[in-house]
Design a protein around this ligand. Structure first.
Ligand code: OAD
Length: 247
């Protein structure tokens, strides 16, 4: 796969680079995306599974769904795209991942500077006292785990519809985007706000913006460059171009 001279030069001269990632990043690991023909939201209604109202109405159902997602995510491995981003962190002076994904695959691939805008499925917390709960806590026969400290209901530490993003993660992401020289928008349809506004914010602050996605998205027209490839193909090619440029 050929990387444009413009993109290679932008990365080689960049001081700060941000990768903004979405579900497409993990598609080649075998984690289903949300939209599109095979998307999760084609089979399930988000308001029945991914909202506080849904949880309070039927916590066991919501836990059953998250237990199934946790299982898929535990069984898959990071793909070459995740590993390429981890490698970029060691090649570039400052490299930050801002992800909408909850699957923990960036960390498992070795990336360390990561802002998780929508939480992390590996963590849980109590909705009454807020105490974090052990990740492996078994779900009892009621189908709903209870807090170790106060017996309140435990929920997955992910952002549901209608909820605010975690403040520290959002602020870190904004800071990284606003000072970026290059923003790569990878595997996201760019429709869920406020996260989807970040690549455009980067562009307005002068970053060179690049979309990596086999399909056009809501963000495509805003981008300086689009790479119509999968992330597992494009990102290793980007790393090779960087390594050649440095060597
Ligand atoms: P979507 O499912 O909306 O979009 C996935 C994108 O990945 C699409 O644009 C695909 O074309 C693209 N894609 C598919 N395979 C790819 C590949 N191999 N390489 C690169 N791109 C590929 O997922 P998100 O944009 O992440 O929110 O969705 C945003 C948010 O909507 C999620 O974080 C989640 C969901 O509701 C919450 O749960 C709060």
């Amino acid at each position: 796969m050929k990387i444009s001279q413009r993109l290679r030069d932008a990365l080689l001269s960049a001081r700060r680079v941000v990768a903004f990632t979405g579900a497409g990043m993990s598609a080649e690991s075998g984690v289903p995306t949300f939209r599109g023909h095979q998307g999760i939201w084609k089979k399930f209604r988000p308001e029945e599974l991914a909202s506080m109202e849904a949880f309070l109405r039927n916590p066991a159902l919501v836990w059953e769904w998250y237990a199934a997602r946790k299982k898929i995510i535990r069984e898959v491995e990071p793909n070459p795209g995740h590993y390429a981003l981890a490698r970029m962190e060691s090649l570039l002076p400052s490299f930050t991942i801002v992800t909408q994904n909850i699957d923990n695959l960036h960390r498992r691939a070795g990336s360390s500077t990561i802002f998780e805008l929508h939480g992390n499925i590996e963590r849980n917390y109590c909705i009454d006292c807020g105490a974090p709960q052990e990740e492996e806590r078994p779900i009892p026969s009621s189908g709903t785990p209870e807090c170790n400290e106060c017996s309140g209901l435990v929920r997955p530490d992910v952002v549901w519809f209608g909820e605010m993003l975690p403040e520290d993660q959002w602020e870190g992401a904004e800071r990284a985007i606003e000072s970026a020289d290059v923003v790569l928008s990878i595997g996201t349809s760019g429709v869920v706000y406020p996260a989807a506004g970040l690549p455009v914010r980067g562009k307005q602050r002068g970053a060179y913006t690049v979309e990596i996605n086999p399909e056009p998205t809501e963000l495509s027209d805003w981008m300086d460059e689009v790479v119509r490839e999968s992330s597992a193909a494009a990102l290793p090619a980007l790393v090779s171009a960087l390594e050649r440029g440095r060597g």
